[in-house]
Design a protein around this ligand. Structure first.
Ligand code: PLP
Length: 404
């Protein structure tokens, strides 16, 4: 991490206290532009930010301000999107396993609907066949490798299997449902662009079965580097290859189409920094623990997905590197990183977790009755508090106290 960045973050921790999430909107904008540019040979490209990665209303508003659409997975995310000022048609609702009632609420709000099972598709066709829908196909490809975060494989609960395409077509014909889009979301890490392109080919073939599509949505899965030597999805190459093929398909299909993506992690992960303060430095017979004022209540990815977040000591930029195991204060095992080389740590130092913009705050909880951190957004270099730190009263807002 650059020294200027370290100083900026440390001074924010001084001003707003720790633990603290900081997001830099410049990084978000760069990622957004980079992805759009990679697909510049395609006439109509639309990026819909998958907001489950980070649902702070101001982050949503920022995406709206740069021209993004929104990908949502719950009715509450749809409502947040509308509150952030997105027009209904700029929001696509891609739920899994939700009730037909919830889907009807989304229809009432006027957003785009993406259906991922035959049972609901049929119900939808019977009751609402004049409301256009998108259909989520599972092409059964694995473009990454980590089965925990891949959703395209054969046992996955997501999407309608490509092998059931004849059944989809029959439901569409029987009910007269209008199919405006077709979609796939194969998993979280596209490492092999060729495999992803095979999935796209399967989707193009399926698309030919529907005559009135407006868009083809290729989901997400853009990988970002978490540590030195990590690969990033080669978006330049993907943009050229998929872009060429898309243009060719558009001619075959003989109708103008929009190419859509719905990235979450790629757009926000690297914009985020999570700052914590070191409570205790504890020597044991095998390691030195740095115990910080946080835990999996604030950042669960290392424990949940075994994901790696780089950890830097902001308070000692020139310090001697030593090896630490960084753990939280939760009364369960909550190890952030084992045997990490970090500049010498003293109690009270501020540590920074990188790549903390996606699936960090949005997965946080109040476990151990701990309050959630504050959030800061850097906009044109200026810091804005976009969520205040929680306090005890916030933990009690939904409690109904009875006399006992
Ligand atoms: C979670 C999700 C995404 C975003 O995935 P990332 O790996 O964060 O880019 C996109 N589409 C759907 C349907 C999702 O559920």
């Amino acid at each position: 991490m650059e020294l200027a960045r370290m100083q900026q973050l440390e001074s924010l921790a001084g001003e707003y206290g720790a633990p603290l999430y900081v997001y830099d909107s410049t990084v978000i904008k760069n990622q957004y532009d980079r992805l759009l540019k990679a697909f510049k040979i395609v006439k109509n490209v639309k990026l819909n930010y998958a907001c489950k990665a980070n649902t702070n209303l101001n982050i949503l508003k920022f995406f709206r301000s740069i021209g993004s659409g929104l990908d949502t997975v719950s009715i509450q995310e749809v409502q947040l999107g509308l509150l952030a000022g997105f027009k209904p048609k700029e929001i696509i609702y891609t739920p899994n396993g939700v009730s037909f009632d919830e889907i009807k609420q989304a229809v009432d709000l006027g957003v785009r609907i993406n259906i991922d099972n035959l049972s609901i598709l049929e119900l939808f066709g019977h009751e609402l066949n004049d409301y256009p829908v998108c259909i989520r196909i599972n092409p059964h490809i694995l473009a990454g490798g980590n089965a925990n975060i891949s959703v395209g494989h054969i046992d996955s609960k997501f999407g309608i299997s490509i092998y059931q395409l004849p059944h989809i077509v029959r439901v569409v014909d029987n009910t007269g449902i209008k199919v405006e889009g077709i979609h796939m979301h194969t998993g979280s890490d596209i490492l092999d662009v060729e495999v992803f392109l095979q999935g796209a080919e399967i989707l193009f073939n399926a698309a030919k079965k529907f005559r009135n599509l407006d868009y083809i949505d290729f989901g997400s899965g853009f990988k970002v580097p978490y540590k030195e030597g990590d690969n990033e999805t080669d978006i330049q190459y993907l943009g050229e290859k998929l872009g060429e093929r898309f243009n060719e398909f558009e001619k075959e299909y003989d109708k103008e189409l929009t190419l859509m993506f719905e990235p979450g992690k790629f757009l926000v992960s690297q914009s985020g920094f999570f700052l914590v303060s070191v409570n205790v430095v504890k020597q044991t017979i095998s390691t030195v623990f740095a115990e910080v004022d946080s835990g999996f209540n604030h950042l669960i990815r290392p424990m949940f997905y075994n994901s790696y977040h780089n950890i830097t000591n902001l308070s000692n930029p020139k310090g001697r590197p030593r090896f630490y195991t960084v753990v939280g204060y939760i009364c369960e095992t909550d190890t952030f990183g084992t045997n990490r080389k970090i500049n010498e740590i003293k109690e009270g130092d501020i540590l920074c977790f990188e790549n903390a913009g996606a699936y960090c705050f949005s997965m946080s909880s109040n476990y151990n009755s701990r309050c959630k951190p504050a959030e800061i957004l850097l906009l044109d270099g200026k810091a804005h508090l976009i969520r205040r730190r929680e306090k005890l009263e916030d933990l009690l807002t939904t409690t109904e106290e009875i006399s006992i």
